[in-house]
Design a binder for this molecule. Structure first.
Ligand SMILES: Nc1ncnc2c1ncn2[C@@H]1O[C@H](COP(=O)(O)OP(=O)(O)OP(=O)(O)O)[C@@H](O)[C@H]1O
Ligand SMILES: [Mg+2]
Length: 584
């Protein structure tokens, strides 16, 4: 045990006091170095700290010229005496460097440095750096002097260590605060894509890196709902390209489980991920990587990966933050997806509800109208008979005959109204048959030929030979086609009228279901854009004698066949109505 003199003890207390005045590393090093030189009665000195990549970087100096400092700015671990001390943690001293054969540096000779001690700065478990104190004359380093220098190194090391720990804690607290804000923000998004869009910003805030990726588990049905998975992928990669994630790494991260963050310090030389012929670009962008599985409940959403172009860019704290961060990402995306699911189910429920309500209303209406129309039909029948009898009566005045004519016309109109109304609101007759489409359409069209010829309208049939038969309710469907042809004929008021009628097979590329599109296209008066949405409403008509049930009936019959109606029209150009029904 070395005994310090009273003077030495006092000096050490002085050193400790000096250092404790500073709370930043730079201040500690500067004042500590200066005080040590002063109390050790040396002339000059330098201090180095070891950085992450293992280089010794000059931090502070005392009483040495620029030219000297420039040449010793950086040193490698193990290089020279200083490098050796930084590796071994053992103090080394030389009484007279000018007589030491090991000293090769001309600069030492040039500046006439003689006494030299290289003191390790010890942290808690590691060597933080080296303090070199020099003298321009030879120095005798006895045991107490060496112990004294060692103690100084310990004081300095301790002080730096405390600052580093304090900074780390501060940093951690700051990051936790940020993470807290981020996780709060993330949970507010109800849309997975919105979260994905924010990830680059979060990654940058938390890890000061720009490279990141999210890869989803493609087999997951849950995620197939994210509409633009492709988009997500490409936007997910910033500077890093897809090759960044070798399948072997992706698999490794996925299999590591949800609790484990995989940290790769140097992707380039990590043997866990055998590298096929080297793709340098990849390694230039991501040398260190952190990856984690995104797990939500029992669902594995995929993995998230953050990368840096530096080696060993991530430390324990980053790993810890990353673990929490990936858990936040997983739960936010999972929640957003759940919300998607819920919303969709809710929408489907609402739609189903509407159909039920509509169905009930229609059923009640049907019962009522069936009764009423029967009565009206009976009365109309009786009126017709009376009118017929009256017409045969002799000695009717001219006026009387004309009035009778009006009555007959009105009677016919009322009859049509009742028939149309019954067809619109009445029950569906379930007599479906398999019919030859061409024959069926020809028959329906033939009923129009007379009127068409009279109005000088040409009919062009366009039939698709890929389909011949279809299962429909022929009575009803012929009524549908008739009403479309009626409208088409009525829309043509001058010559050179043309009506295209036909059908074609439609095969949706995704759906297995085939459908047939029936169409009636005219070059008649067309419609105002404003009325197109209204024309299928019951009793909407623009025609003087019209009832306005034609297209309502068309829509109803199409629905009864499980189909839909689409109307396109342009003023003075013409109209095309398509009825699309599935092939059953
Ligand atoms: N091919 C068409 N060209 C131009 N307008 C049309 C055509 N088809 C329908 N419309 C417009 O849609 C309205 C509604 O048509 P809808 O067939 O339902 O009733 P309507 O023909 O007026 O009367 P009806 O009940 O006698 O058929 C028509 O009044 C007309 O304004
Ligand atoms: Mg009509």
């Amino acid at each position: 045990m070395v005994k310090f003199s009273e003077e030495q003890l006092r000096s050490l207390v002085e050193l400790k006091d000096t250092i404790s005045l500073h709370s930043d590393i730079n201040g500690i090093l500067k004042s500590g170095l200066r005080k040590t030189i002063e109390i050790a009665k040396m002339d000059a000195g330098v201090v180095y700290l070891i950085d992450k990549s293992g280089e010794l970087l000059l931090q502070a100096s005392y009483n040495l010229p620029e030219a000297f400092l420039r040449s010793v700015e950086k040193m490698w671990l193990g290089e020279g005496i200083t490098g050796r001390v930084a590796m071994s943690g053992k103090l080394e001293s030389v009484s007279d460097l000018s007589k030491d054969k090991r000293v090769a540096r001309k600069i030492v000779k040039r500046f006439k440095i003689k006494g030299f001690a290289s003191v390790p700065l010890m942290g808690e478990n590691e060597i933080l750096g080296v303090m070199n104190v020099v003298s321009f004359r030879a120095v005798k380093f006895d045991e107490t002097f060496i112990e004294f220098l060692k103690k100084s190194g310990e004081f300095l090391g301790n002080a730096i260590n405390n600052v580093i720990i304090y900074q780390r804690v501060q940093h951690q607290i700051e990051k936790m605060g940020k993470l807290n804000d981020i996780s709060l923000e993330m949970t507010m998004f109800l849309n997975p894509s919105a979260i994905l869009e924010k990830i680059p910003e979060y990654v940058k805030t938390l890890f000061q890196v720009k490279d990141y990726a999210i890869i989803f588990n493609k087999n997951l049905k849950l995620l197939s709902r994210i509409k633009s998975l492709k988009e997500v992928r490409s936007s997910g990669f910033r500077r890093v390209r897809l090759g960044f994630l070798r399948p072997s790494l992706g698999k490794f991260i996925f299999e590591a489980g949800k609790e484990n963050v995989v940290v790769v310090n140097d992707y380039f030389s990590d043997r866990r991920f055998p590298v096929p012929p080297l793709d340098e670009k990849i390694f230039r962008t991501a040398r260190s990587i952190m990856g984690s599985r995104l797990t939500f409940g029992r669902n594995n959403l995929g993995i998230i990966v953050v990368g840096s172009h530096r080696i060993s860019a991530f430390d324990k704290e980053d790993e810890h933050i990353f673990k929490l961060f990936s858990a936040c990402v997983a739960s936010s995306i999972g929640n957003a997806l759940l919300f998607y699911d819920l919303r969709n189910s809710f929408r489907r429920l609402r739609a189903a509800q509407k159909v039920i309500v509509k169905g009930e209303k229609i059923a009640a209406l049907i019962r009522l109208t069936t009764q009423i129309t029967h009565r009206i039909k009976n009365s109309l029948g009786a009126m017709q008979t009376s009118l017929d009898l009256l017409t045969k009566e002799e000695g009717l005045s001219q006026d009387g005959s004309e009035l009778l004519g009006v009555l007959r016309l009105e009677n016919r109109k009322l009859n049509k109204l009742v028939d149309d109304f019954f067809e619109f609101a009445g029950p569906d007759t379930k007599s479906y048959e398999n019919v030859n489409i061409a024959d069926f359409l020809n028959e329906t069209i033939n009923a129009f030929l007379e009127e068409v010829e009279r109005k000088d309208i040409r009919i062009l049939k366009q039939y698709d030979s890929r389909i011949t038969n279809i299962r429909i309710n022929p009575m009803r469907f012929s009524s549908l086609m008739r009403r479309l042809l009626e409208n088409a004929v009525e829309s043509i008021t001058d010559g050179s009228g043309l009506i295209k009628v036909g059908y074609r097979l439609m095969r949706q590329n995704n759906a297995r279901q085939e459908s047939v599109e029936f169409f009636v296209m005219d070059n008649g008066c067309g419609m105002d854009p404003a009325i197109i949405p209204k024309v299928t409403e019951p009793f909407f008509t623009t025609k003087p004698g019209g009832i306005g049930l034609g297209l309502s009936i068309v829509e109803r019959i199409a629905e009864q066949h499980g189909g839909t109606v689409a109307i396109e029209s342009a003023r003075d150009k013409g109209t095309c109505v398509r009825v699309i029904i599935p092939v059953r």
